[in-house]
Write a new protein. Structure first.
Length: 368
């Protein structure tokens, strides 16, 4: 991600606090970052970073200028005093995106991904603060970036969620704040995931509402019903690890494509595993594609061997998919979706939960 000009970036501190990722951090956190960041002076013609080299970094230009290019693309840029590049690269241990070469004597503030990761592991409070800023930036990215940026954002957010998990394991006493930061990160993953396919926008939110209504209908208490809503929201979170062309595909798939797509429940479960407060959500994610007749995946479970959480969210998920498959503006879409849902209760879905869903709709508990 590249940023626009920063006004009068004179000192490293002023430059750093003008970068969106760091703008709202408290002074002690800014000082901690500045302690590891390096101010580098380079003459004209020096390569600050080579595309695809190991190690990502953020550069804030304090003086001079540099040329940035991405091989094979028309994406070129001149970075001048006050510009910055690589803000979110700090959170992604991946090869460098840009080749950056100075055009004149240049002074640049440099912070690497390795330095940032070490800081966050050493200071959980800084990690929490950065998590909030990443979430805020990701919300903006959902609205403003193109598909390529969204894919990079998904990867960055997934890696960041994994970093938070590791920090959580070492800092149990801070578990509430870290759990909230991780959940916020997961919500952003859901939003970016849906944004890459217009047909899926809002799917997680609708499944969440349907799952909560069905849970209440079958007698779950408020806390467990809210848990069902969260499970419905994130049931497809593992799709973040599936290639876009496969996740978006609506036609026939070959064997390899099917195999990759069917990995997403296990990918999602791995993201949640190890966090005590989030592990109860794993059944919603891991088993929501199991069929009542034993023909589903990933474990081909059958009937009551499928956790009820997964059976419940599967009904909510199926209804939303069925309704979305109807032509826009079709006034009979809901009735046809309910009819198809009843038929799925013969083999794929738990028939009792299907009846409960239909009853909840008729009672006005489910609003479409």
């Amino acid at each position: 991600m590249t940023g626009g000009a920063i006004m009068s970036a004179v000192t490293p501190r002023e430059a750093l606090t003008s970068v969106p990722l760091f703008r709202r951090l408290k002074r002690p956190h800014i000082e901690a970052v500045l302690d590891v960041a390096v101010v580098r002076k380079a003459r004209a013609g020096v390569t600050l970073q080579q595309q695809d080299e190991t190690g990502q970094a953020m550069f804030v230009f304090l003086s001079g200028s540099a040329r940035g290019e991405i091989s094979g693309q028309t994406n070129r840029r001149v970075f001048r005093q006050g510009d910055y590049v690589g803000e979110l690269a700090l959170l992604e241990p991946a090869p460098a995106t840009w080749t950056i070469v100075t055009e004149e004597p240049t002074e640049v503030l440099t912070l690497t991904q390795v330095q940032m990761a070490s800081l966050m592991r050493a200071d959980p409070e800084l990690a929490i603060a950065i998590a909030r800023e990443v979430s805020r930036l990701a919300r903006s990215a959902v609205v403003h970036t193109d598909d390529g940026d969204l894919r990079r954002m998904q990867a960055q957010m997934l890696l960041y969620a994994e970093d938070l998990k590791r920090i959580y394991d070492d800092e149990r006493e801070r578990s509430a704040e870290l759990r909230d930061s991780l959940m916020d990160t997961i919500r952003i993953l859901v939003n970016t995931l849906e944004s890459r396919d217009p047909r899926q926008v809002g799917h997680g939110g609708r499944v969440a509402r349907y799952a909560q209504a069905l849970a209440m209908r079958i007698g779950w208490d408020v806390d467990r019903s809210v848990q069902a809503a969260i499970g419905g929201l994130i049931h497809d979170i593992g799709l973040v690890g599936v290639r876009d062309d496969i996740a978006r595909k609506r036609g026939p798939m070959d064997r390899k494509e099917i195999a990759e797509l069917r990995q997403h429940p296990e990918i999602g479960a791995r993201l949640l595993r190890g966090i005590n407060s989030l592990e109860p959500l794993i059944p919603y994610v891991l088993y929501h594609h199991e069929n009542f007749d034993g023909t589903g995946y990933p474990e081909r479970r059958r009937g009551q061997d499928i956790p009820i959480e997964a059976r419940l969210v599967a009904v909510a998920d199926a209804f939303d998919d069925l309704r979305a498959s109807q032509p826009p503006g079709d006034t009979t879409a809901t009735d046809e979706a309910l009819q198809s849902l009843r038929l799925m209760g013969v083999d794929r879905l738990d028939p009792e939960l299907v009846l409960g869903f239909v009853d909840a709709y008729r009672a006005g508990d489910i609003i479409v």
